[in-house]
Structure formats: C-alpha cells, structure tokens
Write a protein that binds this ligand. Structure first.
Ligand code: FAD
Length: 584
C-alpha cells in the first residue's frame, strides 16, 4: 500500500469546472478506472477515474467546488507500487502487450506507449475518418490517422462517390447531346477515348485526395500507412510495407468502412466479373453488360455504361428498382431506362453465373420459378456492401462486433468500450458519405469533451441516375408500413417552366406533411438535379418548417427549386400554376 494524491487529469481546454457529484466516500475500496467524481462544464460531462486500485482515505473536494487539471481531489491508499497518481501520464514507455479485452482495463488513458502515440487515433481515412481526424485536431487533440492505402479519402473519394460522379457527368453530356437531335441540334456520334476519360476521372480523384493530404499536414495530423488491427484496449498494430509498428491511443475512432458483397455462385476471380471498383476502372466498354442489383450503385454504373454504348440489362430481386424509394418516385426513372436499356428484370433471381469462353452465362429465375439464361460480356455485381468491423480484431479492444460486421454505437458514436468510437458505414445503414462525415464530427467533438450527439432528423438519399431520385425523411412506403398518418402535396414537373425548358419534364416533387400541424415530415423528388433540390426539404424538416413556410418563401423563377414551393402550395390549395387539388 502506498499513499497517493489523486489529481484531475488533462481535461482538454477546460478549467474551473464544477464538481457535480462525488461518487465515492472515505473508506470505499475502488478498482483502477472506477469513476471518483463527475465534472460538468458548459460543454461536457466527464468522470475522473481512479488511477489505481485502493482505498479512499480522504476526499478534498465537494459538490459545487471548481477544479482544473492538477487539482488534488482525494487521497488513496493504493495497492501495489506501480502508479504515481498522475493518471494522465502513462506508466511505461514500452508498448502495451497484446491482451484480450477482458483482461485489460478499457481506459481513456493509454497505460502503455506504442511506437507512436496520440490522444486520438482514427482507423480508416474515408469521409468519416478524415473528417473525425481533422475535427479532433482542430479541437486541439494530437491525432494519428491510420490508412491501409497510400491515398486518403477511402471508398468515397477513390472508388465511390467522386469517380462515379465524374463518369456520370460525362454520361449526362453524351445523352443530352444525343437527345438534342429531337430539338433541332445534332452532334456527331461521340468518339470515346477511354484512356483520356480515365485520366479525367483519375485527375478529379487526385485533386481531392491530394488536397486531403495537404489538409492533414496543415493540421499536424500524422498519417500512418498500413493495415491496422487492435491488440488491446489502447493499442493498434499497423502492418505496412515498411514493417509492423504500434500506435497507442487514449481514445480511438474506428472508421474502417465497408466493402462490396460477393455472391457465392459468381466466379469473382474471372476478370469479366466486376464490382463497383472494377466498373469505375473503365477497362473497356463491354457490348453486353449485366448489372446484378437494381440499387443505387448498380443503377448509377448502368447509366454510365449505357451512355458509353453498352447494351445494359439490370436484374433486381425485388418488385422495383431502388427498393428504398417510393414506387411513384422511381417510375419516371424506370420509364426512361426501360426505353434505353436492353432489359430490366424485376422479381428475378440470378441463380448461377458460369464463366465460358464466349462470355458469362447467367441463369435467371423469375417469380414463377421459371429459368432462363443469357450470355454477357461483363457482369457487374452490385448487391450491397458489408461492413469491415469483423476485420480489425476489435475484440482485442473489447469492442463488440455483430455477426455481419457492424459495430453498435450510442448517439455519441461510442461503442460498448467508452473511449472507442465508431462511425460511418460500419455502424449501420444508410451507408452514405454524408452520414459518415456527420458522425465523424460528432465522435471527434465528444472525444474532445464537447457535449454533442447524433440528433439529425433526416439523412437524405440520392441516386445520381438520369433522372436523379432523392428523398429525405418519411417515405409513403414507410408511413404505410408503420401506420404513420400523413398528408401530401405533389407537384408534377410537367407544369414547371424550367423543367419544360430543359426538355426534362418527367419529374415530380412530393412533400409529406404531419396532418396535426402541417409540418414537413418527408420529401421525395425525381427529376434532373433532384439531389441538389432535396436539401431544401431536409432543412425544412430539421427546422420544423410547415407548408406555409415553404409556400410563402419566394423561390427564384424559373428554377426547379420552385417545384418544392409548388408542392407546398398543392398541399395548401393555393397553387395557381395548376388547378388546386380538390379539398378532401
Ligand atoms: P470508407 O469510405 O469505406 O473508408 C474506410 C477506409 O478505411 C478505407 O480507406 C479503407 O482502406 C480503410 N481501412 C479499412 N480497414 C482498415 C484497416 N484495418 N487498416 C487501415 N485502414 C483501413 N455515398 C454518398 O453519400 N454519395 C454517393 O454518391 C456515393 N456514391 C458511391 C458510389 C460507389 C460506387 C460506392 C461504392 C459508394 C458510394 N457511396 C456514396 C458510399 C460512400 O462511399 C460510403 O458511404 C463512404 O465512403 C463511407 O465512408 P466511411 O468513412 O465509413 O468508410
């Protein structure tokens, strides 16, 4: 036993923080890391843990007292001889041995040092990870960002959102030029130089990922390249080209993302079978291409390859493409692609894909159980993504991962181990970059001691197809399934001057309202630029706006944004550009 003064550790930028509760009494026996007192600043609530196991012999502070880093709060007769009472100081310079979580105390203060150490370590540099790392650095934390690939940005910047949008832009220009023929302006058939096109796409990626590297440096965020796996509650081992090193942390944010799902009956090792990453590589333009999966990623890539000249077939198990969206919203997209693509097979299962010399022989089974087959030059498998939670030895840190690879978190993005956070694709649906970014900010701010929680009302979804499909908040499908009462205002773009001028009047804007107070609770839009238009509705829902707020806000004319205004007027019955709907 040895006498120990227990001091307030490093609590970030806070000083003179009030003690809101004293959690122990003189004579109590405490274990290392047991909370002793609770502090509450205007931004955060934090517990001061015991630096060692022992007996409380004196309590120096009372509720209401103000403390800062270094203030002695109590005295302890500590067991053993190891610790020195300065709980913010790790006891050893040597790396902590790998230990199962159950054996090692999970703590927000590293008890051993790795080859490198940071207050916050972020595993994975996708939109969630780099955002969390940069925000934590901006809040004064020392930060290490671990990434297995040489460039930052994760799936989104390298093989996801950004390259797909670069190619979708090209697709749009090609199809718009093509369709101008109907309006008296004809262009020659486009000549596609795949090498140049690839260069354009790679240039966009390079600009963004290079920019991230610069931002990391400017913020003094250390990047470590290699595959990271947990070896203990405060330690990650990183296996890189230069060998293996260890990184210790006080707090960690897991942002290891997701990867494409593979199907057992598909020969994924055949180069003619590709996933979204392979599709974005643009190796060639196949004559006949099957897109296996009618979700957002599959349909976006279908849009690209159709414009480049492939004959595209889409196969989807469900009774509609983009199964998360309302049927009426998807209809204009379905109508357009039905006219352009070779085939769209709904309620159809792919049961086999065989690699043959003359192509990939795909067997389909329709809803009646009848089989058919066809040969394709390429098959793009786009049936979803699965989280990487099962690949980082999270168990060594005590972090629970479910059988699918998801990591459960609370509304502050904390896992079951309080000093380890998780964000992005590996914490659940929807797997979207803007959700990951938002969660990254929450995790970084909570790690820095701020009072912050994930309390967004809506996460908008967008399919950047042609036309685009976007929705935010409640959908009609969800409302009907859950028995939620709603009323709606729908504005068809056939009455929008701007949509007609663009020769793209197939769109529609739909707003859902709470019948109790007319507040906006959902919105869905299909049409060109729907992805940009949805933000107004998202803001309306976040701010609790009602139909009058949207209807009385002057929108510029002629714009597609007016359709949001008009949908609110359709609900209110004040529309003048159409006949108002009959009162119920
Ligand atoms: P990721 O972006 O998956 O990043 C995880 C990072 O962690 C990766 O860089 C990975 O290399 C690294 N990593 C993993 N394990 C380790 C390890 N053990 N050690 C070191 N590093 C590791 N979303 C949108 O919102 N809009 C879109 O338009 C859009 N388009 C998409 C198009 C395609 C083709 C695809 C595939 C996805 C698209 N997404 C889109 C989804 C979006 O890319 C993801 O939701 C987003 O990237 C998730 O971010 P994240 O930070 O969770 O993880």
């Amino acid at each position: 036993m040895r006498h120990m003064d227990v001091k307030v550790p490093d609590i970030g930028d806070f000083s003179d923080v009030p003690v809101v509760s004293v959690l122990v009494s003189v004579g109590d026996t405490v274990a290392a890391e047991d909370p002793l007192i609770e502090l509450e600043s205007d931004k955060a609530t934090m517990e001061v843990p015991s630096p060692a196991a022992g007996k409380v012999t004196k309590i120096v502070v009372a509720e209401g007292d103000k403390v800062s880093e270094g203030t002695v709060i109590m005295e302890l007769e500590a067991e053993g001889t190891a610790e020195n009472g300065a709980i913010e100081t790790p006891s050893s310079a040597a790396p902590a041995p790998a230990a199962p979580a159950a054996a090692a105390p999970a703590t927000g203060t590293a008890t051993g040092r790795g080859d490198q150490h940071a207050e916050v370590v972020v595993l994975g540099s996708g939109p969630g990870g780099y955002t969390a790392a940069f925000r934590a650095a901006d809040l004064g934390k020392s930060v290490i960002l671990i990434e297995r690939y040489p460039t930052l940005g994760g799936v989104c910047l390298n093989v996801g959102c950004i390259p797909s949008k670069a190619l979708l832009h090209v697709a749009k220009v090609i199809t718009e030029a093509e369709e101008m023929g109907d309006h008296g302006v004809s262009f020659a058939k486009p000549k596609i130089d795949l090498d140049e096109l690839r260069k354009f796409k790679d240039g966009v990626i390079g600009q963004l990922t290079g920019g991230l590297g610069g931002l990391a440096k400017a913020r003094k965020v250390t990047t470590v390249q290699g595959v990271g796996t947990f070896t203990g509650p405060n330690m990650i081992e990183v296996a890189g080209d230069a060998g293996t090193s260890t990184v210790s942390f006080d707090q960690c944010i897991i942002a290891a993302g997701s990867e494409p799902v593979k199907l057992p009956f598909v020969p994924h090792d055949d180069p003619r079978v590709i996933d979204s990453t392979g599709a974005l590589e643009l190796a060639d333009i196949p004559k006949k291409m099957l897109v296996l999966g009618g979700g957002i990623i599959g349909l976006e890539m279908a849009c690209v390859y159709d414009a480049l000249g492939s004959k595209v077939t889409v196969v989807e198990l469900m009774d509609q493409i983009i199964p998360g969206a309302d049927k009426d919203i998807v209809k204009p997209l379905m109508t357009r692609i039905k006219g352009r693509y070779e085939d769209i097979l709904l309620k159809t299962k792919v049961t086999d894909v065989k690699a043959q010399k003359n192509g990939l022989k795909v067997t389909f089974e329709d809803e009646k159980g009848e089989s058919s087959s066809a040969i394709f030059d390429k098959v793009l498998v786009a049936v979803g993504r699965r989280p990487n939670g099962g690949k980082i030895e999270a168990g060594a840190a005590g972090v629970a991962v479910d059988e699918r690879g998801f990591i459960a978190v609370d509304n502050q993005q904390r896992t079951n181990v309080p000093h380890i956070f998780a964000i992005g694709d590996l914490v659940g649906q929807p797997m979207l970059a803007h959700k990951a970014v938002h969660e990254g900010k929450v995790a970084a701010e909570v790690a820095a001691g701020h009072k912050r929680a994930f309390d967004a009302r809506v996460i908008p979804s967008v399919a950047y197809t042609d036309p685009e499909v976007a929705w935010a908040g409640l959908t009609e499908t969800e409302a009907k399934a859950k028995g939620i009462k709603y009323e709606k205002g729908v504005f068809p773009w056939a009455a929008s001057g701007r949509a007609l001028s663009n020769a793209r009047s197939e769109g529609m804007t739909k707003l859902l309202f709470d019948p109790e107070d007319d507040r906006v609770i959902g919105c869905a839009i299909v049409g060109t630029n729907a992805g940009d238009l949805i933000s107004e509705a998202a803001l309306a829902i976040e701010m609790g706006a009602d139909a009058v707020d949207l209807g009385h806000t002057i929108h510029p004319h002629p714009t597609l944004s007016e359709t949001v205004n008009f949908a609110a007027e359709m609900f209110e019955g004040t529309i003048t550009d159409l006949m108002p709907p009959k009162k119920k």
